[in-house]
Design a protein around this ligand. Sequence first.
Ligand code: ADP
Length: 645
Amino acid sequence: MAGERILLVEDAIEVRRFLAESVLASAGYDVLTAANGEEGFTLARDLRPDLVIADYLMTGMTGLEMLAALREAGIALPFILITAEGSEALAVEALRLGVNDYLIKPFDPDDLLAAVARVLREHWTRQITEHIPAQLLAANRQLEQRLRDLDTLVQFGQRVTSTLDLQPVLDHVVQAATAITRAESGILLLADEATGELVLCAATEPQLETGNTRRILVSDSAAGEVMRRGTPLVLTDVHAREIDTDFFFRDLAYVPLLFHSRPIGVLGVANQTASTGFEPATLQLLSVLADFAAIAITNARLHEATVHERDTLDTVLRDTEDAIILVDLQGHVLLCNPAACRTFGLAGEAVIGQSLQAVTDHEGLRELFLKEARTGRLRTTELVVDDGARTLNAHLTFVDGVGKIAVMQDITHLKELDRIKSEFVTTVSHDLRSPLTAILGYLELLRRAGSLNSSQEDFARRIINSVQSITTLITDLLELGKIEAGFDQDREVVVLPPIVESAVEERQHEWEAKQHTMEVELPAALPPVLGHPLRLRQLVSNLLENAIKYTPDGGRVRVTLEANGDFLVLRVADTGIGIPQKDQPYIFDKFYRTDQAIDHYRGTGLGLSIVKSIVEQHHGRIWVDSEPGKGSTFTVMLPAYDSDR
Ligand code: ADP
């Protein structure tokens, strides 16, 4: 370091000038000069230079006398003596008076500079050590220690975030805890929520067995208390005591591992042989470490759980018989399980990331994923595969932010059972008609055979009513059988308003008999639908029949048609008895009737099944909105026919 002020006291002018200008000033020092001891003394006393260099022998006061005078005046300045005569006695005297260095003429200017630098350095060091209070030095040492601890914390953080396996994380935690607290040993206990116990999961002492074997009750242990309270526990200078984990200690500190303020375990450090206690700052660091540890442990656990779940999901997807295909929002395949690959002849991994439309030519599958975008969030359809040998029931779901997933279940055997059942019902229904016709015929003959008394007439009427109920049931069953079997597949372009009008007209005597107000709203320009006119009429007629039937006299029935996007919407609303919420999911099932309907209204429970089948055959949707006592609105959406498509 240069820039310090040096007082050079030398009576030989040449030497003075040379040393002052060519040596010291050139080296960057601020040089004062004096030509004799008296002048040197005055300057040193008044200006207090950082260093005095004085010649020993000068006219008047010698260099040493000047130094002695300064000492006398209580002024201690670093001092270098230069002399032409080097004697033992002078050296001793100089040292006694506190000269810091001693150079004998002639000397190399570099030796002087080296002496100046050394004396100044020693002087500053002495100044620092003499003047900086001991506390500051202690604080400095502490600070250095804290820095080292923080460094350990940082390293710990790096180590635990770079691993996602739980056990290494736990081992790092106890090691870091013992390093930071300078304790002899460390342990880590994690809560087992299922049993309410703490399990020793990591320890620095190899003789402590970790794993499931060592368990501590939360309700009855010091560590458990830390868990329950969520606050640290510190015991110092205890006379060798055994606690929780069967080891003896002199000092012990337990801190809770808190994740979102919820304790998930306890981190402990202990001294077994000598009690050194734990400083508050150290405990604070231990708590910080515990916070890190709780996050790292939770991350590692989440990672383990995620890996486990993913493996389970992989197994399920691999082994399930259901075909599953997931595409992203752009229609690229994200997942295609082995069953789907087998069914649609897709080349496994190779199709991942490809456009589904490009990798399959199965029309039904392509359409399923294409149409969904236009028609709503969930779509169910049947797909025929293996050249008609198998039928799959496909459910397509739109998953927000992910894409679309289709789950396809083989229902070939169910279809076969259904076909056998329908065939059976059709045969039985058909065969029942003949005897019923005979019953009606004979009842008619009975009347003609002679007059019946009033009770006989009453019985005959009841028989006719019952036979008519059975006939309606059989007719409905046969109708349903036909629709479900897909007999009426002929399609033509159908304009709906005239169909609705004729159905309303057909039922006129019924709604008039019940004094209902019938409102019909049919806009002039509506797109047609592609369908079966008779079945569509049956659909409207059945809904109207129910609306009229289930509305007490003097009610209101309203039929409307409107276009909505690519659909035609038919609504049949009434002000009738309504349908309880609990029954609404089932009213389209065969033979399902509400309690109120069973008790007070005649019916077969097949009308809405027929309606639903017709709607499905026309690729439409139907649902009901209803409130008991207020009325019901049945809504049917049918795809509009677009001649351009
Ligand atoms: P049903 O021959 O009993 O009318 P449906 O299949 O047509 O059979 O209807 C099933 C059940 O749904 C009915 O029994 C009735 O409980 C209920 N339901 C249908 N339409 C209406 C309606 N408009 N108002 C109230 N309940 C209705």
